[in-house]
Design a protein around this ligand. Structure first.
Ligand SMILES: Cc1cc2nc3c(=O)[nH]c(=O)nc-3n(C[C@H](O)[C@H](O)[C@H](O)COP(=O)(O)OP(=O)(O)OC[C@H]3O[C@@H](n4cnc5c(N)ncnc54)[C@H](O)[C@@H]3O)c2cc1C
Length: 415
């Protein structure tokens, strides 16, 4: 426990009304996307096969194995199954004839403050926790921005990722109680995430109804922090259930570090781009992300705008993709051979370009070229940018202007 004086010495931006606090020097912050991508990359490097867009719809037993069907008609077989389907773990459990339970989404809204925000603490600042949550925090992120939030509200809809003005005001007011200099003008985007709640705790265990089926459900906060320990625990459950695990002698967990333009000095960037021109082409100016990094992300399997964003940070800065999204779409089309109508925000039906406008823009461009204007210049850029659907609503009508939907935390523009 620390006195008021010690608290203000540790965090000078704290309110002078602070009366004291608990200091936990072992607390830390991770960049969640980088954490998850690194684990996936490491697993794949060591032989794991990753199937994406594989939505489990049904399962049956055959010859001592599970045959698992995806909604698109693909089928795979597995000897053991771990149900870690987040918000949909109850539906997956039902598909395997395992335990019946209901996941209730508990929404948490967050607001992101620009890197230039003056009120950036050095550590995560918590209020005194409440009965339902750890309270709304002020979090300096690894990348230099500041997160404030989250709220904790039970909702019925597993797709309700809307954020609201009322909650923004609540979060701002709570954050300012701790750090008075936090300003609304620093807010660059909003997020909502849904915690998969079932009772008050994680639900982890071997199924008593479905053979060789492990439930890893209701992994609400702090599921990310707990994930390495959960992994160890589930490994032991699988071993207890008869799975034989042998460590690979050539197992190499380390993944290659990608060279990032933003980590280089201007001199280093100049030198790097002399050898690889694509490093000299800065696509996202807010976060200083080069074309080389975008291409690397695409070639390593990230084929959606959100996938590229999470791995490179392009579209995550102050303009939230306003200037770079159309450039990323063009690189994505060039690298993958995708048609414009196949580009999505986060897979599935989340298309970002609409046909009629695109064709009009294409016609305009051809006319322009026909008149001797050979270069893709501002006209093209403006034409294509106008094709982007309302990114806040994902183009879905009738939703709150802040509505958003990709998995977990999804960025959204604050009006
Ligand atoms: C607002 C908020 C704040 C949080 N704060 C913290 C924090 O400070 N610290 C912390 O440690 N944790 C925090 N968490 C919790 C953390 O984010 C979760 O615990 C973690 O993401 C859960 O991981 P998971 O793998 O169980 O589920 P998810 O990350 O939701 O993954 C589930 C996966 O299953 C897939 N899936 C679903 N249905 C199917 C299907 N039918 N077929 C195939 N795949 C399917 C989904 O597409 C998804 O990829 C927070 C969460 C929220 C929402």
């Amino acid at each position: 426990m620390c006195s008021r004086e010690r608290m203000l010495e540790l965090e000078p931006s704290l309110s002078p009304d602070t009366v004291g606090g608990l200091y936990a020097p072992s607390g830390g912050i991770v960049e969640p996307y980088r954490f998850v991508f690194s684990l996936v990359e490491s697993a794949m490097k060591n032989g794991v096969r990753l199937l994406t867009e594989f939505k489990v719809s049904s399962a049956r037993r055959e010859d001592d194995a599970w045959l698992i069907d995806a909604s698109d008609g693909r089928t795979i077989s597995a000897r053991y199954v771990v149900n870690s389907a987040g918000l949909h773990a109850d539906e997956v459990s039902a598909a395997f004839g395992a335990e019946e339970f209901t996941i209730r989404p508990r929404k948490g809204e967050y607001y992101l403050l620009d890197k230039s925000a003056k009120a950036r603490p050095k550590r995560v600042v918590f209020p005194v926790p409440t009965a339902v949550s750890k309270g709304m925090l002020v979090i300096p992120t690894v990348e230099g921005t500041v997160l404030i939030g989250p709220t904790a509200t039970d909702v019925d809809d597993k797709e309700d990722f809307s954020t609201t003005r009322i909650k923004l005001e609540k979060i701002l007011s709570s954050a300012r109680t701790m750090i008075p200099a936090i300003s609304e003008t620093d807010v660059i985007t909003s997020f909502a995430g849904l915690r998969p709640a079932y009772g008050d705790d994680f639900y982890i265990g071997l199924s008593a109804k479905a053979p060789r089926f492990v439930q890893v459900a209701a992994i609400q906060s702090p599921g990310l922090t707990a994930s390495p320990a959960i992994g160890e625990y589930v490994k032991d459950l699988l071993k207890k259930n008869g799975l034989r695990l042998v460590e690979k002698p050539d197992w190499d967990p380390l993944v290659d570090k990608v060279k990032r333009a933003r980590d280089l000095s201007l001199f280093e960037l100049d030198e790097t781009s002399a050898n690889d021109f694509a490093y000299g082409e800065i696509i996202c100016r807010c976060e200083r992300v080069s074309e080389a990094e975008i291409v690397q992300a695409i070639r390593s399997g990230h084929r959606t705008l959100d996938g590229i964003k999470y791995v490179t940070r392009a579209q995550m800065g102050r303009c939230q993709g306003g200037f770079c999204a159309y450039k990323i779409i063009k690189i994505l089309m060039r690298e993958t051979g995708m048609g414009w109508d196949e580009v999505t925000k986060r897979g599935g039906a989340s298309k970002v370009l609409q046909g009629a406008n695109y064709e009009t823009a294409e016609k305009g461009r051809r006319r322009h070229r026909g008149r001797g204007g050979g270069h893709d210049r501002g006209g093209t850029a403006r034409g294509e940018r106008s094709l982007l659907r309302d990114r806040g609503t994902g183009g879905r009508p009738g939703r709150h202007p802040h509505a958003m939907h990709p998995q977990r935390l999804r960025p959204n523009r604050v009006q």
